[in-house]
Design a protein. Structure first.
Length: 341
């Protein structure tokens, strides 16, 4: 039977809508995965994220020429909300590419990557509203050979564009030669003066004199200076979710050296702000209390007087301004993947 459905470059309007919904979900999940996974694995999620973004840019013109044009002709009162959602996603995607290629960083501390993240997370409620108010229920007819072949071709072309971008950025410079596979650019390595001081959501550095800081380990106060005197250098990368990374020689003491043999399924490390992370008890030899870098004390914005260093993990695990380290009966996996505050 002849297919009389209106198609644009192999896709029907329904298929365009469904494809864009799947792309948005893939972008959100891959972006979050790049934060949660170890650095050895996060690059996979970052690659999926980048390729999905290129596919989005390829499908967007079909959306504009098809469903968007039709929707505006219907003159729905909420059509401008949908238009705002589209502008947010396209703007966020563009900012992601500007950051990944090193073309534009942003203005001061207001970085292109931070705006990219802000637009992406702000777009989630818009996306849910759009799905509820304009539902496109998948049907078997949507899965046809032409649509699948076109989708596969678009994905392959997008992967090729991503690969070409990686080659061009690496050859042309723009800090590409120093960019991690997670997409983060090198900043201030072995020179903490230039390392950024990003905080998680509403965290704020402590004010006042830090000389009387109280660090409690398993409920008992410990002398920070005495503990810092035992520190040894550890060279490793801090890879921040804000799109930068920095290699320093951190002055550290493993958690295994400060914890007792008391029973406990996990280790809870808590900041004075209330921010905390749980670690498996068996990771105590690979998680470190840090008191300085490159032979000098930590700066306040970098977590002074004591912070966490967690090699091979992204920034949210590197707890700053630690005031408590304690054993917990809660398993380390029974926590939010990322703190909510």
């Amino acid at each position: 039977m002849k297919d009389n459905t209106t198609r644009r470059f192999g896709f029907t309007g329904r298929q365009v809508n469904l494809l864009l919904e799947m792309i948005f979900v893939a972008l959100i999940l891959s972006g979050l995965a790049s934060w949660l996974l170890n650095l050895d694995q996060a690059w996979i999620a970052t690659t999926v994220h980048a390729v999905a973004a290129i596919v989005l840019l390829g499908v967007a013109p079909l959306k504009l020429r098809g469903p968007v044009r039709t929707g505006f002709k219907r003159r729905r009162a909420t059509r401008w909300v949908s238009a705002l959602f589209g502008v947010m996603i396209l703007s966020g995607t563009l900012l992601g590419f500007l950051h990944s290629t090193g073309v534009w960083w942003g203005i001061g501390y207001w970085s292109a990557m931070w705006t990219h993240l802000l637009l992406g997370f702000t777009g989630i409620p818009f996306f849910l509203w759009h799905v509820v108010t304009r539902p496109v229920r998948p049907k078997m007819v949507d899965v046809d050979r032409r649509g699948l072949v076109t989708s596969a071709g678009l994905a392959a072309a997008s992967a090729a564009v991503w690969g070409l971008q990686e080659v061009v950025v690496g050859v042309a410079g723009a800090d590409g030669a120093y960019r991690a596979r997670t997409g983060s650019h090198e900043v201030g390595s072995f020179d903490p003066r230039w390392m950024p001081t990003n905080h998680w959501i509403n965290d704020q550095a402590p004010k006042g004199d830090l000389s009387d800081w109280v660090l409690r380990i398993e409920g008992e106060p410990v002398e920070i200076n005495a503990l810092a005197a035992r520190a040894k250098p550890l060279i490793t990368w801090l890879d921040c979710t804000d799109g930068w990374r920095s290699e320093q020689s951190w002055d550290v003491v493993p958690l295994a050296e400060v914890l007792s043999d008391r029973p406990g399924r996990s280790i809870r490390v808590t900041s004075y702000t209330g921010y905390s992370r749980l670690f498996a008890r068996g990771d105590a030899h690979g998680v470190f209390l840090c008191f300085g870098y490159n032979g000098e004390p930590l700066r306040r914005g970098h977590g002074a007087p004591v912070r966490l260093v967690v090699p091979n993990r992204r920034g949210p695990w590197w707890v700053k301004w630690i005031d408590r380290v304690e054993l917990s009966d809660r398993p380390f996996w029974l926590q939010l993947p990322l703190p909510a505050s």
